[in-house]
Design a protein. Structure first.
Length: 123
């Protein structure tokens, strides 16, 4: 199965949100898609993504997509994470793009370039 093309002028994230919502509605999964259940499923999928990187060196992790089998697994887990995150945000009525942009604005204030450049220190 291939991805549906995004209509010109249509936000790709909105297309994904609507498709995930429709997928759940067609299967009558709304009673199971509570914020708690979706957050737990999201955490499980993030764990599966982490498992793909466990025991890799930093160098191996940077090249994981070069391996066809490992790359396919990582892409699949990233897809699962994105689907559950998108569904959770939809159920909660959160605009993910807006939330992420707000966090970036807050981080820019918290970590000014002149003070944070080249440093991994947490503030």
């Amino acid at each position: 199965m291939t991805a549906e093309p995004v209509e010109p002028g249509r936000d790709a994230h909105a297309v994904l949100r609507d498709r995930v919502r429709r997928f759940a509605e067609e299967r009558d999964w709304q009673p199971f898609h509570t914020p708690k259940n979706l957050a737990m499923a999201l955490a499980g999928e993030v764990g599966e993504l982490l498992a793909e990187f466990q025991w890799l060196t930093p160098e191996q992790s940077a090249e994981v997509l070069a391996d066809p089998e490992a790359g396919a697994r990582v892409r699949a887990e990233l897809g699962d994470v994105m689907i559950y995150l998108t569904r959770l945000a939809d159920v909660l009525g959160v605009d993910l793009v807006e939330a992420a942009l707000t966090k970036l604005d807050e981080a820019a204030v918290r970590y000014p370039v002149e003070q944070a450049k080249g440093s991994a220190a947490k503030r």
